[in-house]
Design a protein around this ligand. Structure first.
Ligand code: FAD
Length: 362
C-alpha cells in the first residue's frame, strides 16, 4: 500500500497536484458555482470537491450524502503475536464452531468473532482480550506471550446512494465500505478515480458539460454494489453453523470445476466489468485489449498519457482526415496491431474503456 501511494503521489505531483499533508478538511460550503473548504486553518476555493477521505468521510457526512447498507455480523482481528505454544493452533484457514481463524507461523493471525461487531472500536486491544477471543474462536487453550500489533475491522457494508451532490463528489471508501475479505476495496477505489478523473478534467477544461459527471455514479455505483454483495456472500459462507459448512462444501465443489473456477476468477479479477454505454458492439463498455504493434508503444502504454485514443487499424488510415479537428483532445494511432481481433477501429476513453468499435467487415 505504501509503495502504491508513493507511485501515485509522484505521478500526481508530476501532473501539477498540490498535496498538503496534515491539512484536515474541517468544514466546507458548496454553492452552485463552487466550493469553499476550511482545511488546516486555511480557506480554499475550488470548483469541485471530491471526498476521498476514507470510510468515515467527513465530506460525505457534511455533504448530506445518504449512506445505506447492512450492519456487521462480526468483529475481525488482524494480529501479530508471539505464541507460548505455537503448536496449539492449526496453520492455514480454520472454520470452528464459533468463528474462523487463519494462522501463518510464526505469529500472524486473522480471526473473525461473530459478536455483531460489538468489539470493533469499543474494546481496548490488550493481550488479554486478544487471547480470550483467540481461545474462544479457535477452541484451543492457546497462550499469548506477546502482542506486537492488533487491529480490528468488521463486515459493515454501506454505500452512498449518490456519488455526486452538486459540486461535491465521493470516491473510494468514502463512497462505499465493506469487509476487507477478498481484498477488493483498493481496486474499487482506484476504479472510481480512473472513471471520475478524466470526466472531471474534461468538465473543468470546458470540453464537456456537467452532465458527464452524472455518468460517474451511473457507471460506478453498480460496481460498488456488486463488490458489497460479493463481500456479503463471503460472510454468509463463514457463519459458524453446520448448514453454512455444508453450503461452503458445495461452493468448494463448484470452484473445482472449470466453469466454476472461470466464474470466480472473472469476479475476483473483475474481467467481466462492463459499463452500459449503449452501442451495438460487444466491446463497447469493456476494457480495451492491450493491442501491441510491431513498432511503437502498446495501447496500455499509450493510455498512460491520460488521453482518449482513436485506433485506426484499416490499411491507408481512413480515419485520419476525420479525426484531424479533434487532435487536441485525443491521440490518433494508425497502424495494424499484431492481432487486431477482427476490428477496424476502436475509440478508447482515457480510462481505457471502449466507447465505440467497428469490425473489419462492418
Ligand atoms: C485490515 C484491512 C485490510 C485490507 N486489505 C485489503 C486488501 O488486501 N486489498 C484491498 O484492495 N483492500 C484492502 N483493504 C481496503 C483498503 O485498505 C481500502 O479500500 C482503501 O485503503 C481505501 O482507500 P481510500 O483512499 O478510499 O481511503 P483511505 O485509504 O482510508 O484514505 C483516506 C485518506 O483520507 C485522509 N482523511 C481522512 N479524513 C480527512 C479529512 N477530514 N481531511 C483530509 N484528509 C482526510 C486519511 O488520512 C487518508 O489518508 C483493507 C482494509 C482493512 C481495514
Amino acid at each position: 500500500m505504501q509503495s502504491l501511494e508513493a507511485v501515485l503521489a509522484e505521478r500526481a505531483v508530476a501532473m501539477g497536484a498540490d498535496i498538503r499533508r496534515g491539512s484536515r478538511v474541517e468544514h466546507f460550503e458548496a454553492s452552485k458555482d463552487g466550493v469553499v473548504v476550511q482545511a488546516g486553518g486555511e480557506r480554499l476555493s475550488a470548483l469541485w470537491l471530491v471526498g476521498c477521505d476514507g470510510g468515515r468521510s467527513a465530506v460525505r457526512k457534511a455533504g448530506g450524502f445518504a449512506f445505506v447498507g447492512t450492519d456487521p455480523e462480526f468483529t475481525g482481528y488482524s494480529v501479530d503475536v508471539v505464541l507460548a505454544d505455537p503448536e496449539a493452533l492449526s496453520p492455514g484457514r480454520n472454520y470452528t464452531a464459533t468463528g474462523m481463524y487463519t494462522y501463518a507461523r510464526p505469529g500472524v493471525i486473522a480471526m473473525v468473532d461473530f459478536d455483531g461487531g460489538a468489539a470493533h472500536r469499543t474494546q481496548a486491544l490488550t493481550l488479554d482480550h486478544v487471547q480470550s477471543v483467540l481461545r474462544r474462536v479457535s477452541g484451543a487453550d492457546v497462550t499469548l506471550a506477546a502482542l506486537s500489533l492488533a487491529t480490528t475491522w468488521t463486515d459493515r457494508a454501506f454505500q452512498a446512494t449518490d456519488y455526486r451532490r452538486g459540486r461535491v463528489l465521493l470516491a473510494g471508501d468514502a463512497a462505499h465500505i465493506h469487509s476487507p475479505l477478498g481484498g477488493q476495496g483498493l481496486n474499487l477505489g482506484l476504479g472510481d478515480a480512473l472513471n471520475l478523473g478524466w470526466k472531471l478534467a474534461a468538465v473543468i477544461r470546458g470540453e464537456a458539460t456537467i452532465d458527464l459527471l452524472d455518468s460517474y455514479g451511473v457507471e460506478r455505483r453498480p460496481e460498488g454494489a456488486r463488490i458489497l454483495d460479493w463481500s456479503r456472500a463471503q460472510v454468509a459462507l463463514m457463519r459458524p453453523t453446520p448448514s453454512t459448512r455444508a453450503l461452503e462444501a458445495i461452493v468448494r465443489d463448484l470452484i473445482a470445476t472449470g466453469d466454476g473456477a472461470t466464474y470466480f476468477a472473472e469476479k475476483v479479477w473483475n474481467l467481466s466489468l462492463h459499463y452500459d454505454l449503449g452501442g451495438g458492439h460487444p466491446l463497447v463498455g469493456r476494457s480495451v485489449p492491450d493491442f501491441a504493434f510491431a513498432s511503437g508503444p502498446s495501447v496500455g502504454v499509450r493510455l498512460r498519457e491520460g488521453r482518449a485514443l482513436l485506433l485506426d487499424f484499416a490499411p491507408g488510415a481512413p480515419l485520419a482526415a476525420l479525426v484531424a479537428p479533434w487532435l487536441g483532445r485525443l491521440s490518433y494511432v494508425a497502424g495494424e496491431p499484431e492481432d487486431r481481433l477482427g476490428l477496424s477501429a476502436v475509440l478508447v476513453r482515457p480510462d481505457g474503456f471502449v466507447a465505440w468499435a467497428s469490425d473489419e467487415d462492418g
